[in-house]
Design a protein around this ligand. Structure first.
Ligand code: GLC
Length: 434
């Protein structure tokens, strides 16, 4: 449960141009968002895949890559040197300890990232140093070749880092600006997590600080992907144990490893392989591809787990293409059931996390804004989660659903830019700089 120093929902007054860098588990997105007060926004996004060597390299390599992508973005989208630095928020979807909005000490990497030299350090000075290196390098180029392209670099990257924001908090803020009934921001993608607003008086970590009124609302990043790392509550299977053991960080993110997109394909692969090795499935097939780690990803499940008649043929094509296996029709039916089991379990466990936040706050109605590719593309996931919520709260059949989930596309980036706006202006500015 991390205190984020985002103090209350936006008012709608936010306006101006802000930058956001979104460092997730799969991509690095650089965006510029322009807001008009009480109106819509415009967004420009550049998506850069996070190379494997960067995911497992050193802090310098990571931040140099980030600075490079940022510079490229500024170069493409800003024609002339600007006098004023643009406020930038880092959407950093990993657990950080924040002593202020503008700092974030990485507690531990999650979602398979394992970059040396970042854990235990504040990411803001690390990125600033990389930006400094970039400016220095381009100054040299400029002095020797007088390239016009070096102009923007000569200025220094014209940015001012003002906030470190978790993706769940960004999503919460984006959705709450459009709909005040939204109380939870959540991500269901590579990872799984949620954020909500808590009254300062109910947060022991900060309660009693003289500059924070008791009734101030503070966004809490639940970081509940790490729920039950002691393995006392969740009904883990031997496949969950195998996923954990083969992961970059065994013993961590127990709940997330049962639920989120990064792991669903691997769980399914292990079940298939186990059944094949015991002679129950894909008899006579060549399992070479099936033995490859991560050969199945979450898109494999969402492509199969559809309510469309005739999808068995489509499924056969997918097995051939991805796994080099041509299952019989009865085998395909079994596989379809296995996919459903993995998908239903994920949706039911995901519903538990949302329900826990609602129960803690005694909310009987709530809107949840969800961002993340798996939520967006796995069509059956939403309705299964809602059904599971109905079971948890024991709503009588036919009751109108009281907790609803809505997709909030690019919530993380837009919300981070909004938080950059809140940090740069507005009446709550002083609170944000605690
Ligand atoms: C992981 C991260 C968390 C993030 C989530 C969704 O659980 O630890 O910070 O919000 O993934 O991206």
């Amino acid at each position: 449960m991390n205190v984020t120093w985002v103090m209350g929902p936006p008012t709608g007054e936010e306006h101006g141009r802000y930058l956001a860098l979104d460092l997730g588990g799969t991509n690095l997105r650089v965006c510029e968002v322009s807001f008009e007060a009480f109106s819509d926004f415009e967004v420009l996004i550049n998506k850069n895949p996070l190379p494997e060597e960067v995911k497992h390299g050193t802090a310098e390599e990571l931040w140099d890559y980030v600075a490079e992508c940022l510079q490229r973005f500024l170069h493409e989208h800003h024609t002339g040197p600007s006098e004023k630095k643009v406020p930038l928020a880092i959407a950093f979807s990993y657990p950080v300890t924040q002593s202020s909005l503008r700092s974030g000490i990485l507690q531990r990497w999650t979602k398979g990232l394992d970059v040396k030299g970042v854990e235990g350090h504040d990411i803001v000075p690390q990125l600033e140093a990389a930006i400094g290196r970039k400016v220095g390098a381009h100054l040299e180029v400029f002095c020797t070749r007088e390239e016009p392209s070096a102009l923007i670099s000569l200025q220094g990257l014209p940015i001012d880092i003002v906030a470190v924001v978790n993706d769940t908090v960004g999503t919460l803020i984006t959705a709450a600006r459009q709909d005040p009934e939204v109380k939870i921001g959540s991500i269901f993608g590579t990872g799984c997590n949620a954020a909500y607003f808590e009254e300062a008086s109910r947060i022991p970590k900060i309660h009693g600080r003289s500059n924070i009124p008791d009734d101030a609302l503070v966004a809490i990043n639940a970081e509940y992907g790490a729920f039950d790392d002691e393995r006392k509550v969740l009904p883990c299977t031997r496949f969950d144990d195998m996923i954990d053991q083969s992961s970059a960080r065994p013993g961590q993110q127990t709940y997330e490893k049962m639920v989120s997109g990064l792991y669903l394909g691997e769980i399914l692969r292990m079940v298939f392989l186990d059944l094949h090795e015991s002679g129950a499935l894909f008899q006579g097939a060549d399992p070479t591809l099936l033995r490859q780690q991560n050969v199945i990803d979450a898109s494999f499940l969402s492509a199969i787990d559809l309510d469309v008649p005739g999808s068995v043929q489509e499924m056969g094509r997918l097995f051939k293409q991805k796994l080099g296996i041509e299952p019989s029709l009865p085998e395909l039916r079994i596989c379809r059931q296995l996919v459903e089991m993995v998908g239903i379990r994920a949706a039911r466990l995901y519903a538990c996390g949302i329900a826990a936040i609602c129960k803690k706050n005694n909310w009987s109605t709530c809107r949840v804004a969800v961002d993340g590719a798996v939520f967006e593309n796995y069509t059956n996931f939403r309705k299964r989660t809602m059904a599971a919520l109905g079971e948890i709260f024991d709503w009588p059949p036919e009751t109108e659903t009281r907790i609803t989930l809505q997709h909030c596309k690019e919530g993380s980036e837009i919300g981070s830019a909004l938080i950059a706006a809140l940090a740069s202006e507005g009446p709550r500015r002083h609170l944000l700089q605690t």
